[in-house]
Design a binder for this molecule. Structure first.
Ligand code: HEM
Length: 453
């Protein structure tokens, strides 16, 4: 980073050193030890707070207004920061990790694959895959719900991406590899570089998973490129997409990077949300009862379709609340020009952090934020939530490209499974939370009880 940040107001307190700073290591040990409570505690120190990631200063924005400036109003002055640089060697230069004009081009090329009418087309895959999972359970069986939901999310995205027979091999490989990549990539991004080179089992598993996935996906891309046909899947869309301005298409390498970006960004997030969805239902019988009443009334025993979504209003409230309570922990941007933020002038090259989790658990934004309460999303109460305080998918030009896909999938899968099964917590097996990039359940065993007959 260049020169120190300057206050453009008198009285700004951004250079106050936040407690918990270590020599050389900065606030990283406190951040990693305290996780959510560290990021939530920062709001007491101001709206723009300086911390140290190791020796590197970083500013944390703690209010919806400043987060909105970073993501929307002044978005052009921010790019992906240090965290994404660490991901890039493993995940390539896909849309999530690229910057500037290249990022915008990739967004334009990918966007048609996420239009509403395409999502309607994917909806049947979502319901079929969820039905196949639900049919495989036995009454009284203890299901590891998070794992089951993660596998289901990989199946759905895999089938959306690859419709061909060769694609089936890629889906099977993704089932094996993607959970390993997702778990390890966060650890790698937060650890010193030399750790990744040690020949320990976790590193060997990561390297082997990356190599296997690359081999099989590269083969599918090559075959689809040679064939040149539109198979109706997302891969065909990526291969056939042309930039409206330049007429350019993507290279095979770029298509590969986007496939891996979608497989990693669009599966674990969904698996987690579905896992916590069923966990919260299991803890709140009244919410579960209302949810079951709604799906029984709307579906009347049939499997859901995309046309049912507008009628599943209470289900949507539960989903909003799951994404509020269990969002991504933090994201890091970097200024690419001098920026005036909250009355402080930050030079180009400054790392700026925002935490969806901290915003979602700030009592100034959400009353009683630790309470799981889908009714805060009821039509007559939703207006109480301050603008910009709810950002499970980010906002602005980098808003999650898969947000409608995700909301459709979570709702359809939850309804399909709950039409058949009630998932009941296993007594004496408390679910603990482990925070890495988000809150993960240690384990999530639940007993499948048939709901009807
Ligand atoms: C519940 C599920 C999901 C959650 C909570 C979620 C959350 C997010 C968040 C917070 C961001 C970053 C915003 C930022 O950088 O400020 C993001 C970006 C992204 N997500 Fe998602 N996501 C989900 C599902 C999906 C799905 C299903 C896909 C694709 C199939 C997807 C693909 C992406 C991509 C490609 C980006 C990068 C966008 C860009 O930088 O232009 N996500 N997501």
């Amino acid at each position: 980073m260049g020169a120190a940040a300057e206050s453009t107001h008198t009285g700004a307190t951004t250079d106050t050193v936040i407690p918990g700073r270590w020599p050389l290591l900065g606030h990283t040990p406190s951040l990693l030890r305290q996780r959510f409570s560290f990021t939530s505690g920062l709001r007491e120190h101001g709206e723009l707070v300086k911390i140290y990631l190791g020796p590197m200063p970083a500013y944390v924005v703690t209010t919806p207004e400043l987060v909105h400036e970073v993501l929307v109003t002044q978005a052009g002055k921010f790019e992906q920061g240090i965290l994404f640089e660490r991901f890039r060697p493993h995940l390539g230069n896909g849309v999530a990790l690229s910057n500037g004009a290249f990022h915008l081009r990739q967004r334009r090329l990918l966007q048609p694959a996420f239009h509403r009418e395409r999502i309607a087309h994917y909806a049947s895959t979502m319901v079929e895959s969820a039905s196949a999972t639900a049919v495989g359970w036995q009454p009284g069986e203890v299901v590891e719900v998070y794992q089951a939901m993660q596998q289901l999310a990989v199946t759905v995205l895999g089938r959306t991406l690859f419709a061909t027979e060769l694609g089936a091999a890629a889906i099977a490989e993704a089932q094996r590899s993607v959970p390993i990549l997702v778990k390890q990539v966060i650890v790698r991004a937060l650890s010193p570089g030399f750790l990744a080179a040690l020949p320990i089992p976790a590193n060997r598993a990561f390297d082997a998973a990356t190599a296997r996935l690359r081999a099989v996906v590269t083969e599918v891309i090559a075959a689809a490129r040679t064939e040149g046909a539109d198979n109706g899947d997302l891969l065909s869309m990526l291969l056939l997409a042309r930039d409206a301005e330049t007429g350019e298409s993507m290279s095979d390498q770029q298509v590969y990077d986007e496939v891996v970006t979608l497989l990693t960004g669009g599966t674990d997030t969904i698996g987690l949300a579905l896992g916590w969805f069923f966990h919260e239902l299991g803890r709140h019988p009244e919410i579960e009862r209302r949810f079951h009443a709604e799906i029984d009334e709307v579906l009347g025993g049939a499997t859901p379709t995309i046309d049912d979504l507008p009628k599943l209003g209470y289900t949507r409230q539960i989903l909003n609340e799951v994404l509020r309570a269990y969002p991504i922990w933090l994201l890091i941007r970097r200024t690419n020009a001098e920026v005036d933020l909250g009355g402080v002038r930050l030079p180009a090259g400054t790392e700026v952090v925002y935490s969806p989790h901290a915003l979602h658990h700030d009592p100034r934004n959400f009353t009683d934020p630790d309470r799981f309460d889908p009714d805060r999303w009821a039509p007559d109460r939703v207006g109480e939530i301050p603008k910009g305080a709810y950002v499970p998918f980010g906002a602005g030009v980098r808003q999650c490209i898969g947000n409608t896909f995700a909301q459709t999938e979570i709702t359809l899968v939850a309804a399909t499974i709950a039409a058949r099964w009630r998932l009941v917590p296993v007594p004496g097996r408390p679910v603990r939370m482990k925070v890495t990039g988000a809150a993960y359940p240690s384990r999530l065993p639940m007993t499948a009880e048939p709901r009807h007959g």
